[in-house]
Write a protein that binds this ligand. Structure first.
Ligand code: ADP
Ligand code: MG
Length: 580
């Protein structure tokens, strides 16, 4: 093979460059939307056919393009938004590279029709695969611009091959247009998909109204508005977040915007997730639409041709501004549960008795990792959230339906779900053990567990996590795993049950942080190991379970978010019995 260096013909070079900007139909829609917004449009109509492959048509009532410049607009580096390199530091428009129209024109058949603000008539030009097929000519049209993109990638078969299904492309376009609609509530957006209207916003400026178009009426009505738009240094954050009882299976509904630009930023999404720490069940995520504003010179949007990622001058400041705002709003607006302990609990009359209760065998290894708070002493939470969730010390009265424990507290009656409570106890014990040298319980006979290839692959990825929490497990070959020891805390759980819990319900397209994935995995194992409903517990087992629950950091919910207990306060009982 002789390597001869040649300069690529301009058509090929521009097709390659176009690929960086226009990856799929939604990227073309994004660029055209941004152009309309940059041109101060008040109404934008997006029409797509066949997931955008057949046709994308975006009409706006913005400033328009002077007839003499329509051809320039389609040329590479043709832009009205940037003239000196210094301008790059203070970009206030969404576009600035002068590449979008040129790129789209290189890989589709594009018709641009526009009438400038002060023009008396419009102009139309048509380009196919980067070549002008109809030069600019006068055309009657209202003020504004219409860009019609037909047969996207018709001349780039390789790209066409990689497009996902029509449904997927449509979903991308839907979510993209929704995001811009959220970012620009003063602009009316209409999205027509194969002739059917799939989004229509009013342009009234009311963002909650747009939220209901995006998340649905019910959720939108419940979203919390960030109480005070926090201004931290030069960073301002406003928007909406879900209350703690409205959660989502993944992070995809954490929508972030910086200076009116939808962005993808895993770290900032994590800032939001972390602000909900202990307030959401494991494996559940908040929804949010957060709008961050900062001086343009503090953020670099010129990182990627598609401008989906940005780089901050001080990422930590943005992270903390978001986290603080979200947390403050949650603290102010979601009322602390009714059963929140006051600063000092009254000394329960029966206190002191329970220490003598011996632990039953199945509880012996579930000793909590933290020392219990002294009843009567003020509680000083080790971190922001863990303290407010504590429960009072309870006197266990018995078990009903082989499922619930009944207990008395300083303020009324408690019903405890034994399975959920035990899940919580195990979960915190295993999570705690992770940080220490783990006590493992060696099996008399190592057990070999087999998995089909897909599951074996998942399990292989979890080996480190498993070892960290006290499993002695090794790949045995051919989808088989050998378990020699289990964490002590899991007591009676069989190796096969434990490993099956690990591979169960893994959401593959989800890429949560490693720590979250590990917590979810542990929660699944603990669910298997926890005592089941319908299992009769002796008095000592009941007491031991409640003791262990009292010492948990978040005793009120199981790791999956179900409540572990229901509280009937004295006041409620008195009302019910007509005493008050
Ligand atoms: P950029 O947006 O980076 O400047 P584009 O290739 O997207 O580059 O657009 C080139 C130029 O065409 C813009 O700078 C603008 O002057 C003009 N233009 C494109 N679309 C519109 C529109 N919808 N309304 C008014 N002007 C437009
Ligand atoms: Mg542009």
């Amino acid at each position: 093979v002789t390597a001869t260096i040649r300069i690529l013909p301009p058509e090929i070079a521009s097709q390659i460059a176009a690929g960086e900007v226009v990856e799929r139909p939604a990227s073309a829609v994004k660029e055209l939307l941004e152009n309309a917004l940059d041109a101060h449009a008040r109404t934008i109509v997006v029409e797509v056919e066949q997931g955008g492959r057949r046709r994308i048509r975006i009409s706006d009532d913005g400033d328009g393009i002077p007839a003499a410049e329509t051809q320039l607009a389609l040329e590479r580096h043709g832009t009205s938004k940037l003239s000196t390199i210094e301008d790059l530091d203070s970009i206030r428009t969404l576009g600035f590279r002068g590449e979008a129209l040129a790129s789209i024109s290189a890989v589709a058949r594009v018709t641009l029709t526009s009438r400038f603000r002060t023009g008396t008539q419009g102009a139309r030009i048509r380009v196919e695969g980067g070549k002008i097929v109809s030069p600019p000519a006068a055309a009657g049209c209202p003020q504004g611009t219409v860009v019609e993109v037909e047969d996207l990638f018709y001349n780039v078969p390789a790209r066409l091959k990689f497009l996902k299904s029509e449904v997927t492309e449509r979903r991308h376009i839907d979510s993209l247009v929704s995001r811009y609609a959220l970012a620009y509530p003063l602009v009316r957006f209409r999205l027509l998909t194969d002739g059917r209207e799939s989004l229509h916003t009013s342009g009234s400026g009311d963002r909650r109204e747009v939220l209901s178009d995006v998340f649905g009426l019910e959720i939108a009505a419940r979203m919390l508005e960030l109480s005070v738009p926090v201004v931290e240094g030069r960073i301002r954050v406003e928007g909406f977040i879900s209350p703690t009882d409205v959660s989502h299976a993944n992070r995809k509904d954490i929508l972030l915007f910086v200076n009116g630009r939808p962005i993808a930023d895993a770290a900032l999404a994590t800032a939001v997730v972390q602000a909900y720490h202990t307030l959401l069940m494991v494996g559940r995520y908040p929804r949010a639409a957060l709008f961050v504003d900062m001086p343009p010179e503090d953020v670099d949007v010129n990182v990627h041709p598609a401008k989906a990622e940005v780089r901050f001058r001080s990422p930590d400041a943005v992270f903390s501004a978001i986290q603080r705002t979200v947390r403050q709003t949650l603290m102010m607006q979601s009322p602390v549960p009714e059963v929140r302990p006051p600063d000092t609990w009254p000394q329960p009359s029966w206190s002191g008795g329970h220490a003598a209760v011996p632990m039953p065998e199945w509880m012996l290894d579930h000793q909590p990792v933290t020392a219990p708070d002294t009843p009567g002493a003020p509680q000083s939470p080790p971190q922001a959230f863990s303290g407010m969730d504590r429960m009072p010390l309870l006197r266990v009265l018995g078990q009903i339906g082989a499922t619930y424990l009944v207990a008395e507290g300083p303020d009324g009656l408690y019903l405890i779900d034994q399975h959920a409570a035990h899940e919580r106890v195990l979960f915190e014990a295993v999570m705690g053990a992770r940080r220490e040298e783990t006590a493992a319980q060696t099996l008399l006979v190592p057990e070999v567990v087999d998995f089909p290839p897909a599951q074996a692959k998942i399990l292989e990825g979890q080996m480190d996590s498993l070892r960290r929490i006290g499993f002695d497990v090794e790949l045995f070959g051919g989808g088989s795993f050998q378990v020699r020891a289990l964490p002590n805390t899991l007591g009676s759980l069989s190796p096969s049950e434990a490993l099956r819990a690990v591979v169960q319900d893994i959401e593959e397209d989800e890429t949560p942080l490693a720590a979250e994935a590990e917590a979810r995995m542990i929660a699944r194992i603990c669910k298997r190991a926890a005592v089941k409903a319908g299992h009769v517990l002796g008095a000592e087992e009941q007491a031991a379970l409640v003791r262990a629950l009292e010492q948990c950091q978040s005793p009120r919910s199981c790791p999956h978010g179900r409540p572990t207990m229901v509280h009937l306060p004295v006041a409620l009982l008195e009302r019910q019995f007509g005493r008050k």
